[in-house]
Design a protein around this ligand. Structure first.
Ligand SMILES: Cc1cc2nc3c(=O)[nH]c(=O)nc-3n(C[C@H](O)[C@H](O)[C@H](O)COP(=O)(O)OP(=O)(O)OC[C@H]3O[C@@H](n4cnc5c(N)ncnc54)[C@H](O)[C@@H]3O)c2cc1C
Length: 358
């Protein structure tokens, strides 16, 4: 049986490890733990890119079946006795002027996506602008999803270790990882270390960078529609039990993961504009995560150049790591296993050049 080490247990690492294990690989999954907190626990769980029409069509294969794929993962998690990740339907409403509505409408028609346009008040009665609604957009509760995937991993043949990988090198015959738990050797290594991936793979240096994001959590004072509300300033995401997430800041090149008062004030101001009912409500919690930012609009998935086909990467998902999680993991597992990939991986390769993110 061939051995692969997966470095990093966020959404990319968990799903990639499980996809590889399902294909018969002997998988070790290493994670640095609290010293490098995973962005995946912090995310909002919207299963769509924000303003999806601003992305190139090459992102669509990684995003369009997220709801269907998470329904399958949800079923596996529940069957294993894990925590229900609360995959919820309801759609996403995006405030858009006439030009925005046209752009979104053209994108929806050419990609066969259901879209409704109209006054925002059709969905959120207190809003006066115009909007579009993508009724098929779902959402998932990240911390529960990650706990559920952890249950699946524990019950799988994957060997899950807490350990910090300090260096990775590749040879024609395999890979060698220097880690805080000693030296590991394997046939392949897959780097899913989120914002920290480029510290192990200098090849990523010009492409990826950290982008801190902060969120507030509220208890809604009255019922909020079962839809994500997205504007240029920020978004609100309803969760079960009347909880409401407000996000998020975009702070490039920030490695300090601590929440700040400034971000709290900035988010609270946006929240009051999006839903005046929250104007005088204090948030229940604030948190942050460091996203794996990417200087192009699609992530980095594939083989690391000049690594004897031994080193692989699945990172750079920036604001789309949850929505792209299942398809990206499947793709990288297919590539490592020498299977026919379900989509053309060229746009995601380390060496592919494309325009900057929207
Ligand atoms: C506030 C916020 C809101 C977001 N909202 C959404 C959303 O609504 N929808 C969406 O699709 N995406 C969203 N995202 C983006 C999404 O969360 C990220 O793209 C995604 O979580 C990245 O996952 P990852 O597995 O690549 O990285 P991470 O989750 O960061 O995991 C990386 C892991 O690697 C480990 N690691 C790092 N270095 C090493 C090492 N040397 N050795 C061993 N382990 C190592 C770390 O400990 C960490 O656990 C949001 C992000 C934030 C911060």
């Amino acid at each position: 049986m061939s051995r692969v080490v997966v470095v990093g247990a966020g959404i990319a690492g968990f799903l990639s490890a499980l996809e590889l294990s399902d294909r018969g690989w002997q998988v070790s999954l290493l994670d640095a733990g609290p010293a490098r907190p995973s962005a995946s626990w912090a995310g909002g769980g919207i299963l769509s890119p924000l303003f999806p029409w601003r992305y190139p069509s090459s992102l669509l294969p990684l995003t369009r079946h997220a709801r269907r794929d998470y329904a399958t993962w949800q079923q596996r998690i529940i069957q294993a006795g894990g925590m229900d990740p609360e995959l919820l339907d309801g759609g996403m409403v995006v405030l858009a002027d006439a030009a925005g509505q046209r752009q979104a409408g053209d994108w929806a028609v050419s990609n066969n996506i259901v879209l409704q346009a109209g006054p925002a008040a059709s969905w959120f009665p207190w809003l006066e602008q115009t909007a579009i609604c993508l009724p098929d957009v779902a959402r998932i509760r990240n911390p529960r999803l990650l706990k559920g995937l952890a249950t699946l991993v524990r019950q799988s043949p994957v060997r899950w270790l807490q350990g910090h990988v300090e260096a990775v090198s590749s040879f024609p015959s395999g890979v060698r990882l220097e880690t805080s738990c000693g030296v590991l050797e394997a046939d392949h290594a897959l780097i899913t270390a989120g914002a920290w991936s480029h510290k192990l793979l200098p090849e990523l240096m010009p492409l990826t960078y950290p982008v801190k994001g902060q969120m507030l959590l509220y208890q809604a004072p009255q019922a909020f529609p079962e839809k994500v509300l997205l504007t240029e300033q920020g978004y609100l995401i309803p969760r079960s039990g009347g909880l409401l997430l407000a996000g998020s800041t975009v702070e490039p090149d920030q490695w300090d993961g601590r929440p700040t008062e400034h971000a709290c004030e900035q988010l609270a101001e946006t929240v009051a504009q999006l839903w005046p009912a929250l104007q005088r409500v204090q948030p229940l919690a604030q948190w942050s995560g460091i996203r794996p930012g990417c200087k192009r609009p699609v992530p980095v998935i594939g083989q690391v150049p000049d690594s004897h086909d031994r080193l692989w990467v699945n990172t750079g998902h920036f604001r789309n790591g949850l929505v792209c999680g299942p398809a990206s993991a499947r793709l990288v597992a297919e590539l490592i296993s020498g299977q026919m990939p379900f989509c053309d991986p060229a746009a995601y390769s380390v060496s592919s050049s494309s325009s900057s993110p929207p």
